[in-house]
Write a protein that binds this ligand. Structure first.
Ligand SMILES: *Cc1c(COP(=O)(O)O)cnc(C)c1O
Length: 395
C-alpha cells in the first residue's frame, strides 16, 4: 500500500526541536509572563532584524496586522484601498474593518500578483485628482483612494518598484501583505539591491498562523515598519489604545502576541532561512520533474524575486480532473483560491460581475497547489509527479 502524501506537514520540522519548545513553556510557567515581557520583545527585535526593518510589533494574527497597519498609516472611514481579487479574504476584511472600501485591480497572469500596469490604468481612467489633497478620487464612488495593498502571494514578491513608483506619483500609502512571504526577497532596480519582503512598504503585515513558513503553535502576527510613529500607534492599537495602564489615548483592540507564541517563534526563526532554502530546492526539483508535461505550467519566478514557496502552485486547464485523480491517489492538494473575492457573496454589495477581473477569474480555474514543505522528500515528490504523469496518459 502506498502511503499518503499530505498537503502540509507541520509535525516533522518540530520533532528535533521539542526540548527547546518545552523550555519556552517552562520559562513562561516559572515567570508568569504570559502577556508581553522579554519573550515578546526578544522576538520583535529578532524579526525586525531578519526583515531589515527598524521595528516589529507582535500582534495576535495576520488579519490584525493588516488592520492595525491600515489604521496606523492613517486610512480612515470612507477611504478606498486597492488590492487584488485573488488573495485570502483577510486582506479585504482588514480594509473594511478599518472603515474603508476595498477596490480591486487585476493581476499579472504569470506572477499571479498585482499588475502595476492595471494599477496605473485604474488610477488614470477610474479616478480624478483632487485639487486640494492631490489624491485620486474614485469617479464611481466619489471617495478618496488612499492606500494600496500588494500581496506577495505564494511567497513570491509583487513587482514593488513599479508599484511604489505609482504610489508616489499618486500620493498613496503602500502596505505589504507579506503573510505568505517571510524571508522572500525582491531585487529593487531603483535601489540596486535585494530587499526583504516586509521592508518596502510604509508598513507590512505578517501572519504566524501555524501553516505559514514561520508558524506559531496557534495564532500570531506582526507588523514591520521603519517609522517610529507607526510603531507607536500599533503598540497602542494592540492594547486597547493605551500607552500607560488604564490611560487610553484612543480606542484600540485586544490584539497582542502571546509570550509563549513569541518564544516558539524565536526558536523557529533561527531555522527559517534554512527551511526557505529547502523549499526553494524542492520547488526546483518539481520544476525539473514536471518540465516535460505539456498540460502543466510550473510556477513562474521572475529574476527579480526569490520566492520562498509558501505554496507551490501549478496550472492546468483540466485542474478539477487532475485534482480528483490526485485525491483518489492519497495526494493532498489545495486551491489558493478557488473563487476570487469580487465574486464572493460577502462582496456582492460592491457590485462586481463575472468578467470584471478576467485574469484572476481565469487562473482561479487552473491553479493547483501541490504538497510543499521543507521536509518533503525527493521520493515523495517523485510519486506526486508520477501520478500526474499517469493522469496525463489517461490513467
Ligand atoms: C494567512 C494570510 C492572512 C491572514 O493571516 P491570519 O494570521 O490567518 O489572520 C492574510 N493575508 C494572506 C495573503 C494570508 O495568506
Amino acid at each position: 500500500m502506498e502511503s499518503n502524501i499530505p498537503f502540509l506537514d507541520i509535525v516533522t520540522p518540530h520533532l528535533e526541536l521539542e526540548e527547546e519548545f518545552i523550555a519556552i513553556f517552562g520559562q513562561a510557567l516559572r515567570t508568569g509572563r504570559f502577556i508581553g515581557g522579554p519573550m515578546v520583545e526578544g522576538f520583535e527585535k529578532d524579526f525586525a532584524e531578519y526583515c531589515n526593518t527598524k521595528y516589529c510589533i507582535g500582534v495576535s494574527s495576520g488579519t490584525d496586522a493588516l488592520r492595525f497597519a491600515l489604521i496606523a498609516v492613517g486610512v480612515k472611514s470612507g477611504d478606498m484601498v486597492i488590492t487584488v481579487p485573488n488573495t485570502f479574504i483577510a486582506t479585504t476584511e482588514a480594509i473594511s474593518q478599518a472603515g474603508a472600501l476595498p477596490e480591486f485591480v487585476d493581476i499579472d497572469e504569470r506572477t499571479c500578483n498585482m499588475d502595476p500596469q492595471k494599477l496605473q490604468d485604474y488610477l488614470e481612467t477610474q479616478c480624478r485628482i483632487d485639487d486640494k489633497t492631490g489624491k485620486p478620487i474614485s469617479k464611481s464612488t466619489g471617495k478618496p483612494v488612499t492606500a494600496i495593498i500588494p500581496v506577495h502571494l505564494y511567497g513570491r514578491t509583487a513587482d514593488m518598484d513599479s508599484i511604489l513608483e505609482i504610489a508616489e506619483e499618486y500620493n498613496l500609502i503602500t502596505i505589504e501583505d507579506a503573510c505568505q512571504a517571510h524571508g522572500a526577497e525582491y531585487f529593487s532596480r531603483r535601489d540596486n539591491q535585494w530587499k526583504k519582503a516586509g521592508s518596502m512598504g510604509a508598513a507590512s503585515a505578517f501572519s504566524f498562523y501555524a501553516g505559514k513558513n514561520l508558524g506559531a503553535f496557534g495564532e500570531g502576527g506582526a507588523v514591520t515598519t521603519d517609522h517610529g510613529n507607526i510603531e507607536h500607534t500599533i503598540k497602542m492599537l494592540r492594547e486597547h489604545g493605551q500607552q500607560k495602564k488604564y490611560i487610553h489615548e484612543i480606542e484600540g483592540y485586544n490584539g497582542r502576541l502571546d509570550a509563549i507564541q513569541a518564544g516558539i517563534l524565536s526558536v523557529k526563526l533561527k531555522f527559517l532561512s534554512k527551511w526557505n532554502e529547502q523549499r526553494r530546492e524542492r520547488a526546483k526539483k518539481y520544476n525539473e520533474f514536471l518540465s516535460d508535461i505539456d498540460e502543466i505550467k510550473v510556477p513562474f519566478e521572475p529574476e527579480w524575486t526569490k520566492s520562498v514557496y509558501h505554496l507551490y502552485v501549478i496550472r492546468s486547464e483540466k485542474r478539477d480532473d487532475l485534482q480528483s485523480y490526485l485525491t483518489e491517489n492519497q495526494i493532498g492538494t489545495g486551491l489558493h483560491y478557488p473563487l476570487p473575492l469580487h465574486l464572493q457573496k460577502a462582496y456582492s454589495n460592491l457590485g462586481y460581475e463575472k468578467g470584471s477581473f478576467p485574469v484572476s477569474e481565469k487562473i482561479a480555474l487552473e491553479i493547483l497547489s501541490l504538497p510543499m514543505y521543507p521536509d518533503i522528500t525527493e521520493e515523495q515528490q517523485q510519486r506526486v509527479v508520477e501520478k500526474i504523469k499517469e493522469w496525463q496518459r489517461g490513467k
